[in-house]
Ligand binder design. Sequence first.
Ligand code: HEM
Length: 456
Amino acid sequence: MSTVVDTVVNTVRNTLVDAVAPVRQAIRWGVRHGFVRRTLGKRREAGDVTARLVLDADYVADPFPAYATVRAMGRLVDNGVVLNTAHHDLATAILRSPDFGVVGGPSGRAPAFLRLAVAAGGRGPHGPVEPPSMLATDPPDHTRYRKLVARAFSAKAVAGLRSRTEEIATELLDAMAAKGPSADVIEDYASLLPATVIAEMLGAPVEMRRQFLHWGEGAALSLDAGLSFAQFRRSERDLAALQNWMENHLDHLRRNPGDNILSALVHAHADEGKLTEDELINIAMLLLAAGFETTVNLIGNGVGLLTAHPDQLAALRAEPQLWPRAVDEILRYDSPVQRTGRIAQRDTEAAGERFRAGQFVVLLLGGANRDPAVFPDPDRFDVTRANAGDHLAFSSGPHFCLGAALARMEGEVGLRALFDRFPDLALAGPPRRRPTRVLRGYASMPVRLSPATVSS
Ligand code: HEM
């Protein structure tokens, strides 16, 4: 009898949960994106350039004149919702300051209706900008997470991955040559190279890499502010699918541990108690998605720039030792991550500017990387630029990109191998940009491979 009652109770509960789930999702969207869309929408109508950077599709194609405008307007530009800066020194000071964090300032300051709405919306799937993500956590938790994975991404560890990355590049180029004479360099190469490397590092099945890339598109959307409801639903759906897969995969690794990063994290959770279950899942998802969602843009943006600037490609052919600097110049000139944000944790000062506790500052990394005070003639793409590496493309301070050494190595190996194999590689049609604001890259880039190197 009691099992019948339990079944009925469970069915009723599940039905209710299913019935309210869309409502809760709509509330989550309203709190996180609807409010921003509404407020910035009004500012956009009033001609506010910082609002247009968030909301206007035109600005995805070329945000750089808008950054110059923001920089000319002042060191800090207030759009009524957040402060913005495109100044390199100020962005750097904020990113490095212990008085700024990623977690919403003193939480008691949020209006009661907002706190109520947050509670009513409940929790969606794990995502890169939701705690306990490393990107959304301050010390001391943040320090604990980084310690667990830092060694696997150190310069030494990455040097050990170089020859395997070269092999993967060759395999992908062989496959492209076999298919030739045309290809989509994003779909066939720039996305698959980092997806294969990170899958192997993590102990995730390489044959699932296209599926990971598909889920990664939704994860990438979740970094943006002011999403439409349809975009928000897509991003939650893909994140939920990735989470579901990751939970099963971590269970599998519990029973069959291997010599890989995720097995080490499972051990840190289960045997050493250094991570909660939520933290484990979130870190695992972040490492996987961050491993390819950004580097695809470095390689794709690099192909776009080098095909558009044959003189720069010729300089690299003449002096191949310039490749590491060229990768930094690509990161500076067309940064794969265009913006991030920080919140003042207390009343403070950074680079001569004063901030009140709770103020949110958007750091326009792509704009700071074109700041003429640091980079002379900043709109010139120059692979010999002496200080190209001073960019903020990997951020700065405690959240400095964990995968920076890996990304630089993959960018160099990937671009060099591509242009060595297909020296006359040329665009075969207009490339298409991804719709995302935080991440900047290409969704597709049709190319013609050089005929001499394509198998018949
Ligand atoms: C060109 C490629 C890449 C770029 C431009 C990039 C950029 C960034 C930036 C800007 C941040 C910090 C965001 C902030 O300060 O709020 C970051 C953090 C991070 N990146 Fe990367 N990234 C790249 C590749 C990678 C790769 C290959 C991995 C490998 C898993 C990775 C893993 C991470 C992780 C885990 C964090 C969080 C670090 C923390 O919060 O302490 N990234 N990345």
